[in-house]
Design a protein around this ligand. Structure first.
Ligand code: IDP
Ligand code: MG
Length: 143
């Protein structure tokens, strides 16, 4: 077990549902702590770059559109095995297939508008954190 960091986005659909607090409550109840957080409106260019890994998937255009349709909350989460833990608390990509009590089951709408993003590995977590937060900004947020 090791203390790890991961990256999370509360997507526009969940922000619109007034579920920021509900999402964060589940993350905190699950043992994660928010160590950085900011509300932003992604530009199309940012959304395209952030999801570049999916650029050849049929849903890429729709994904960029939904990620830019309203403000999001970008967050850095910390805890034991934070990457996997966050994925567990989020639930499956498709909310219909997500376990009961998971964020996507509770707050997701469909496979596209599924409430949250979470890094899938420690390496991608580091890249995604750096996409939104500088090292100096993170340093100022130390407790
Ligand atoms: P993840 O968010 O669970 O890691 P990924 O496969 O990385 O899932 O896909 C990124 C995002 O793209 C998903 O969260 C969802 O918003 C969207 N997405 C994934 N698969 C599909 C699909 O089959 N149809 C439409 N949108 C999808
Ligand atoms: Mg993913």
């Amino acid at each position: 077990m090791s203390i790890e960091r991961t990256f999370s986005i509360i997507k526009p659909d969940a922000v619109k549902k007034n579920a920021i607090g509900g999402v964060v409550a589940r993350l905190e109840e699950g043992g994660l702590r928010v160590v950085a957080s900011r509300m932003v409106r992604l530009t199309e260019q940012q959304a395209r770059a952030f999801y570049a890994v999916h650029k050849d998937r049929p849903f890429y255009g729709d994904l960029v559109k939904l990620m830019t349709e309203g403000p999001v909350v970008v967050q850095v989460l910390e805890g034991e095995n934070a990457v996997l833990k966050n994925r567990e608390i989020m639930g499956a990509t498709n909310p219909e297939k997500a376990d009961g009590g998971t964020i996507r089951k509770l707050f997701g709408t469909n496979i596209e508008r599924n409430a949250v993003h979470g890094s899938d590995a420690p390496e991608t977590a580091a890249q995604e954190i750096a996409f939104f937060f500088s090292g100096s900004e993170l340093a100022t947020l130390q407790r």
